[in-house]
Design a protein around this ligand. Structure first.
Ligand SMILES: [Zn+2]
Length: 198
């Protein structure tokens, strides 16, 4: 019986048949930016997942992660993979180059991906969980984690609010790719079991 991680991986493979999960700490050039940023933001290599094309660079060996947690991470990264596929070099250039702090393109891409985190919070704990996740994301967007990609807590909260609203009123769950992600999370793609005969 495929579990949540199996189902999410199957969804990712539909878009990225050659997807691979790699421990970023085993890849020297992937470690380097984290080493440089460590004095400012702590150890990224132990905390952050990064995706480049087919490869998802995890902050540790695959076996170390809780399977549901990994399913949620893959769902977030899938949004990046789809945006990377659609926008090509523009994705990477706009992610790192333009407006390095304050009001960044990076924040637009991350808002699309963190919409998954808000959606899954809604699945787990309804409105209360969504609002708690929003508060955590305000810190992520306004703080040093991604280089102050949307500086100012009040401003970051306003920036995130449309996505929060779309999760709470159910419209996000109707949109691609979020609809497919939610189905994989819930297991709605699975063939329903045979009815039990008493
Ligand atoms: Zn992201």
């Amino acid at each position: 019986m495929p579990d949540r991680l199996d189902r999410m991986l199957a969804l990712v493979r539909r878009h990225r048949p050659r997807v691979r999960l790699v421990d970023r700490n085993t890849v020297p050039w992937m470690r380097l930016p984290g080493e440089l940023a460590r004095p400012f933001v702590g150890d990224i290599n132990q905390r952050f997942t990064t995706v480049l094309g087919d490869v998802v660079y995890l902050p540790g060996p695959v076996e170390r992660f809780d399977r549901d947690h990994l399913a949620a991470v893959l769902a977030h990264e899938l949004v990046h993979q789809l945006d990377q596929a659609r926008s090509g070099p523009w994705f990477y250039a706009s992610y790192v180059l333009f407006a390095p702090t304050g009001r960044t393109m990076r924040a637009d891409w991350e808002r699309r991906a963190y919409a998954v985190d808000l959606l899954l919070a809604h699945e787990r704990g309804g409105e209360q969980a969504v609002l708690a996740t929003r508060d955590r994301l305000v810190t992520v967007f306004a703080g040093p984690s991604y280089g102050f990609m949307w500086a100012g807590r009040a401003s970051a909260e306003r920036f995130l609010q449309p996505v929060v609203d779309a999760v709470l009123d159910g419209t996000l769950a109707q949109q691609a790719p979020y609809r497919d992600i939610l189905r994989a999370w819930r297991g709605e793609d699975a063939v329903p079991p045979e009815p039990e005969v008493a």
